[in-house]
Write a new protein. Structure first.
Length: 116
């Protein structure tokens, strides 16, 4: 399965961006799809995740501003990012974990740049 992320770009502080990540093949509802990001000079960190029950988990730095959602029929996960801050500037990666095989896949990353 390949993951194709899209939606990044340049946005002003306070603005919004919606990222999408589509899987090339079928995914199961039990598979985990989530978002990570990596800022320049920093380690990759989890931003948002959603389990098969629809429960979400967010990094403290994005709680209340970012929302993860998923459309299993389209094999796609989304990340709605609102009230963006310059410190949100990073390459955002979608991630897939197959629950049955524990195989992981990563998207190619999409750059989000927030200007002050």
């Amino acid at each position: 399965v390949q993951l194709q992320a899209s939606g990044g770009g340049l946005v002003q502080a306070g603005g919004s961006v919606r990222l999408s990540c589509a899987a090339s093949g079928s995914i199961l509802s039990i598979d985990v799809m989530d978002w990570y990001r990596q800022a320049p000079g920093k380690q990759r960190e989890m931003v948002a995740s959603m389990d098969s029950g629809g429960n979400t988990n967010y990094a403290d730095s994005v709680k209340g501003r970012f929302t993860i959602s998923r459309d299993n029929a389209k094999n796609t996960v989304y990340l709605q990012m609102n009230s963006l801050k310059p410190e949100d500037t990073a390459v955002y990666y979608c991630h897939l974990l197959r629950r049955l095989t524990l195989v992981q896949s990563w998207g190619q990353g999409t750059l989000v740049t927030v200007s002050s």
